[in-house]
Design a binder for this molecule. Structure first.
Ligand code: ADP
Ligand code: MG
Ligand code: MG
Length: 898
């Protein structure tokens, strides 16, 4: 088995389509070599080795890899004309992680590996730059200490020993920037860093380059299992088996002086999608300096620089002098970078996120990958590339991440409210959207209030979980490529970064801006599209579908075969869904209509009644209310089909449980409170979800079904008189035997026939059923003889197939997920293997008796992309989901059909 793949000098053993084996970074480093982009030579240890490592451990892995790695290092030495560990002409390398998909900031990188007290002299002599040599050395000891030797503090409260020493040395010298430190200080840093390592770990800092190398390689493998990486994986459903590759690569130096630099760039704007090359860089710096927010990064293009200065209120003379763009500072290097970015984008045919280093005027590329972007950028870039003729329609659709569209469907600030809102600070528009919430200062407190804004000086990978929970993120430091900005964009979370006017004290838990102090729990609002920070809570407004978003949706409709309906009970939801492209209602839950105001009283009266007469009296009160509700829903949907489900939940959910409400009901009905209580008690069920609900209610109290059928059909006939043609579909829930369905069907048809006779008119309607009890899927052939349509209620079907109570699963599902007993939460992502078989069988058996049987799904899964793909595959006619997921389902359906 080949475990190590080399690259360098225009040759490579790997390719960009080998991401599974080489990781994204390694595969693209190989490919860049093959297409003639300058990349320092190196090699990649495969992701398979990571899996082996986790099985057999460090010692054995080193044994297995030794020969391959020695040969690969020799290959790099040859390419660089240097020698690893040599005193005169030492080769230094970086050791970098790289999973199949990029996991920003998850895995740690070690730079300048191979340095020790002897090789540092060689570097100094050969470069003629002693400062550079020692700067590299102190960086190496710090990074190696953090990443490999575990010096990085576990929590934010702990002091980072290296930071402390660094601050101390800077202070003693009276300087602010690390670039101002001279050779003696840098040497002092190295010594003190090493002492700190010895003090903490009890061991000397390793000086043997090979020992350093193996330590770093194994640390990368270890980082695959660190809690941050595990959390990111679970958040993005990345399997543990994938593993990470390790890339070892010859160092190029951005910290060699004024003609050296390091930076990151995007071939297009990752926030808006605009076709604008952009990025940030730092002169005389290395590696993560740009993203870490150590110094204020500069803009790469002149245009970007001018725009940045305007935002920051910096004059043009000051900008040109103090904050020059790369375009101005190093025109030659900029030219090669510009050409390279074009080449890479044209080659990969997608927006690229690039890392580069300029060593003494010469450009080196260190990474390229398809850039993370906001949903707006995702849509715009795909549509632009389509219009530019670089990709075709199918590719444009496949480039969309359906779940990400969510961002475009989320609220923006209410226009009127924002006009009077008070801006307290301005930062960079790091990740668009609007957010309002209560201030918290620590990531692990993001749940302290129902909606929070995480306010930090800067964020780091440890804050990931809190960033995920918060509604928005505000940082005082950091650019557009800072950790906060990159991660927030990936999450689709509103973020304002680098709001310099904000003074944050973690200790006092205060944010001071514009002369006022805000405490934890105070409300603020963020506009991630403009970078504005507002005081107070600002109402938000629902978004609209237009421009490129509308176009990509039209494209999706062209390819998809599945219909997309919505789950909606109210006129408002129905209208919203239609605006998002819903083609009907797949589930209208009638019980939701019984909870408000006077309705609940009539409902309770019905339930508490002693006999049919009493129930009918109460149902007579409910009839006009239901009819009115249905009328508004049907009216909102016009001629689109509307599936109405008859009453489903157990009756006890509606009865008064508190003494006060029981007394009130007693007065209302003229009976004793005791009697009310008795009735409530008698409705108690041990297992309500498996109890007296669904069609079991309708079959024991047929008058309920009668009332509902009448309300539905009368609403439709009223509308017919107004010239609106409706398509009602009446759905019987929780059917397990064909008799249950048959009985309900007869009541419905009989009632409707009576209404037709009364009005001397008729309309078309359908009677169908939900398939949600496993038995119904098994006898779907019999059921298909009666039902005119099936709708898979996959929430209940999942619940009953697994035997997991949905209301109690929270107690064990997280454990099951973390132990790997389950891969996904089956209530979120349809279990295709098990529950899916019942769905498939149900459809086949149903259609064996009724070939044109209409089949849909109305569980939560109807808006989940993986499940939508499944629905397409098993031949459903439509999926139905909540209004805000309609566009997501449309897109997922198109992708399934491509
Ligand atoms: P991440 O996956 O977190 O981006 P990387 O492995 O890409 O980590 O590296 C971190 C930083 O170090 C990047 O800025 C990268 O450009 C820089 N870097 C990595 N390898 C080298 C190298 N051989 N020479 C110079 N800089 C490097
Ligand atoms: Mg990188
Ligand atoms: Mg159900």
């Amino acid at each position: 088995k080949k475990r190590v793949y080399t690259f360098g000098d225009g040759k490579a053993e790997g390719r960009s389509d080998m991401k599974n084996l080489l990781g994204g970074k390694g595969a693209n480093l190989a490919e860049m070599n093959l297409i003639g982009v300058p990349v320092p030579p190196g090699f990649t240890i495969t992701t398979e080795v990571c899996t082996e490592y986790n099985q057999i451990g460090k010692a054995k892995i080193v044994d297995i890899l030794k020969e391959d790695v020695i040969n690969a290092v020799a290959h790099v030495e040859k390419g660089m004309h240097m020698k690893f560990g040599d005193k005169e002409n030492p080769l230094l390398v970086s050791v970098r992680s790289g999973a199949r998909v990029s996991m920003p900031g998850m895995m740690d990188t070690v730079l300048n590996l191979g340095l020790n007290d002897e090789t540092v002299q060689g570097i100094a002599k050969k470069s003629g730059n002693e400062r550079f040599a020692w700067d590299s050395y102190r960086r190496f000891v710090q990074m190696y200490g953090d990443v490999v030797l575990g010096m990085k503090p576990e929590s934010k409260e702990d002091i980072d020993p290296f930071e402390e020493i660094m601050d101390d040395v800077k202070q003693a010298k009276g300087v602010f920037d690390d670039t101002e430190l001279g050779v003696p200080e840098l040497q002092e840093l190295v010594v003190r860093f090493k002492n700190a390592v010895k003090k903490r770990t009890g061991k000397d800092f390793p000086s043997d380059p090979w020992e350093q190398l193996w330590g770093a390689v194994c640390a990368v493998f270890d980082s695959w299992m660190n809690p941050r990486a595990c959390y990111y994986r679970s958040m993005h459903q990345i399997p543990e088996e994938w593993g990470t590759a390790v890339n070892v690569q010859a160092m190029v130096y951005g910290n060699m002086g004024d003609r050296s630099a390091t930076g990151v760039a995007f071939t297009r704007d990752a926030a808006t999608g605009e076709n604008l090359f952009n990025g940030e860089y730092l002169i005389n710096a290395q590696g993560e300096d740009v993203v870490a927010g150590i110094r204020t990064p500069l803009q790469i293009t002149k245009e970007g620089s001018i725009r940045w200065a305007t935002l920051a209120g910096i004059s043009e003379t000051q900008r040109a002098e103090k904050f020059p763009s790369l375009e101005e500072h190093m025109p030659e290097a900029f030219k090669s970078l510009f050409e390279t970015q074009q080449k890479l984008e044209n080659y990969f045919k997608d927006m690229q996120d690039l890392e580069f280093t300029i060593q003494d005027g010469k450009l080196w590329m260190l990474q390229t990958r398809n850039g993370k972007r906001t949903a707006a950028a995702m849509v715009k870039i795909a549509m632009d590339l389509l219009r530019e003729g670089k990709i075709d329609e199918k590719t444009a659709l496949l480039r969309q991440e359906p779940n990400k569209l969510d961002e475009l469907l989320h609220p923006v600030f209410d226009k009127r409210a924002i006009q009077t809102a008070h801006v307290i600070a301005k930062g960079l528009p790091a990740s668009p959207g609007a957010a309002t919430g209560q201030v918290v200062f620590h990531a692990d407190e993001a749940r302290k209030y129902p909606v929070t804004i995480l306010v930090r000086i800067e964020t780091s990978p440890e804050d990931l979980e809190g960033m995920d929970i918060a509604k928005g993120i505000l940082t005082a430091r950091g650019g557009m490529t800072s950790h906060a900005a990159v991660v927030a964009r990936g999450m689709g979370k509103c973020c304002v970064s680098g709001a310099g006017g904000c003074l944050i004290s973690y200790k006092d838990r205060t944010l001071t801006a514009n002369g006022r102090t805000y405490r934890e729990g105070d409300w603020i609002s963020l506009n991630g599209s403009t970078g504005e920070v507002y005081e107070g809570k600002i109402p938000t407004k629902d978004p609209e579908m237009s421009g490129d978003f509308a176009e990509i949706m039209t494209l999706a409709d062209k390819y998809r075969k599945l219909g997309v309906r919505t789950n909606a009970e109210t006129e408002r939801d129905a209208k919203q869904a239609v605006a998002f492209g819903a083609e009907g209602i797949g589930l209208c839950r009638t019980e939701h209509m019984f909870f408000e105001g006077e309705r609940i009283k009539a409902m309770r009266e019905m339930i508490l009644a002693d006999d049919e007469d009493g129930r009918r009296k109460a149902l007579d009160k409910l009839l006009p209310i239901q009819r009115k509700d249905f009328t508004s829903v049907f009216e909102a949907m016009g001629s689109l089909p509307v599936t109405i489900r008859l009453l489903d939940p157990p009756l006890h959910e509606f009865v008064p449980h508190e003494e006060e409400n029981q007394r009130e009901m007693a007065v209302e009905m003229g009976i004793s409170p005791d009697k009310v209580r008795q009735k409530v008690d008698s409705l108690h069920e041990f297992n309500p979800m498996l109890g007296h609900r669904g069609c079991r209610l309708g079959n024991t109290y047929p008058e309920i079904t009668e009332m509902q059928a009448r309300a539905i059909i009368e609403a439709c006939m009223d509308l017919k008189q107004k010239g609106i043609v409706t398509h009602p579909e009446i759905m019987i829930p929780l059917v397990g035997t064909v008799k249950e369905l048959k009985m309900q069907e007869e009541i419905v048809r009989h009632t409707i026939a009576t209404v037709f006779a009364e009005r001397n008119d008729k309309i078309d309607y359908l009677v169908g059923t939900m398939i949600e009890v496993p038995r119904a899927a098994l006898v779907a052939d019999e059921i298909g003889e009666v039902a005119e349509f099936f709708s898979f209620g996959t929430n209940d079907l999942t619940q009953m197939t697994f035997g997991y109570s949905r209301d109690d699963a929270a107690k064990f599902l997280p454990v099951y997920l973390s132990k790997g007993i389950l891969k996904n939460d089956p209530f979120q992502i349809l279990d295709q293997e098990g529950v899916g078989q019942l769905v498939k069988m149900g459809i086949e058996r149903g259609r064996s008796k009724r070939p044109n049987l209409k089949v849909g799904i109305c569980g939560e899964h109807g808006g989940e992309p993986n499940s939508v793909e499944f629905c397409h595959r098993v031949g459903m006619n439509y999926v139905s989901c909540s209004p805000f997921r309609v566009p997501i389902a449309r897109l997922a359906a198109a992708q399934a059909a491509i």
